[in-house]
Design a protein around this ligand. Structure first.
Ligand code: ADP
Length: 273
């Protein structure tokens, strides 16, 4: 646990100089920009692999702001976000966490899968997510005031909802929420083609396959194949892996460990390719 805390990355590393490819699903770009201009934090809701991270990269590029992404996990504490004292060469120094760095530098801080984080993290997010826009840094006895450029965004997958891991009303009602979902078939095909270089015929079949697996959600699968998995399979195919093997490795095995479900999913792909 200790060594990764010592890794210090500068926000500049995340300044995109080239446009990250993103196909809008609706009005999300305009809504995000309007929220940003008004200092409102944004919540991206939707299943995994449907473009939320890519959208954030695209928005960071549009707004010309550095993007700091934090992948939340169940060990993530408020200190991981805010910062801590570290001993460096015999000296004790304060090292900002990614959230403090983003606030200080006026960057975008994107908390990915925020419900995974420990409950004390919401305590530090709340005063940043309302019109106070301050980050309490308890350990140094400071309140860090966010400049207008600072942007707080987080993602949340309502599909994984459980009693333990749900977003509290007091948290969610601070955010402007954008809904993400799998794109319609034509758009998803275009994304798969662009991301992998696969031909349109194969991309169309992959999308068809994905939609079949999405119909199995709740019938043995927690989630169907995401756009991300289609892109993975397509990349394997472009690298000359046969379609059936590509679907098995990049999609079926990524979806489940259950042998009956695996055969069912593999049968679906065998029927298409
Ligand atoms: P999430 O953050 O929702 O889990 P990602 O943003 O990482 O998902 O998306 C996974 C991959 O799917 C991306 O790397 C990209 O290849 C592709 N993708 C999904 N949606 C889009 C989109 N709207 N435009 C461009 N690429 C997309």
């Amino acid at each position: 646990m200790t060594h990764h805390h010592a890794r210090v990355l500068t926000p500049e590393e995340y300044l995109f100089t080239e446009e990250p490819y993103y196909e809008p699903l609706g009005e999300e770009i305009a809504v995000f920009e309007a929220a940003y201009r008004n200092g409102l934090p944004v919540l991206l809701k939707g299943p995994t692999g449907c473009g939320k991270t890519r959208f954030m990269e695209h928005m960071a590029w549009r707004l010309q702001l550095p993007l700091i992404t934090v992948s939340c996990h169940d060990d993530l504490t408020a200190s991981d976000l805010v910062g801590r004292f570290l001993v460096r060469g015999g000296e004790t120094i304060w090292v900002d966490g990614p959230l403090a760095r983003a606030v200080r530098n006026g960057s975008i801080c994107y908390l990915d899968e925020v419900v995974e984080a420990r409950k004390d993290t919401t305590v530090v997010i709340h005063p940043l997510a309302d019109d106070r826009r301050v980050l309490p840094m308890e350990k140094v006895g400071e309140l860090l005031e966010a400049p207008p450029e600072f942007c707080l965004a987080m993602s949340y997958n309502p599909g994984y909802q459980s009693v333990l891991k749900d977003l509290k009303q007091s948290t969610r009602q601070r955010f402007v929420a954008l809904e993400f979902d799998y794109p319609d078939a034509a758009l998803e095909q275009k994304i798969v083609e662009k991301e992998s270089g696969i031909d349109s015929q194969m991309a169309r079949q992959l999308v068809k396959f994905a939609r079949m697996t999405r119909n199995l959600k709740g019938q043995g699968l927690d989630e169907g194949a995401s756009t991300r998995l289609l892109v993975h399979a397509a990349k394997l195919m472009v690298a000359d892996v046969s379609p059936v093997i590509a679907c098995r490795s990049a999609i079926a095995q990524a979806l489940t460990d259950d042998s009956d479900m695996l055969s069912a999913v593999n049968e679906l792909s065998a029927s298409l390719f």
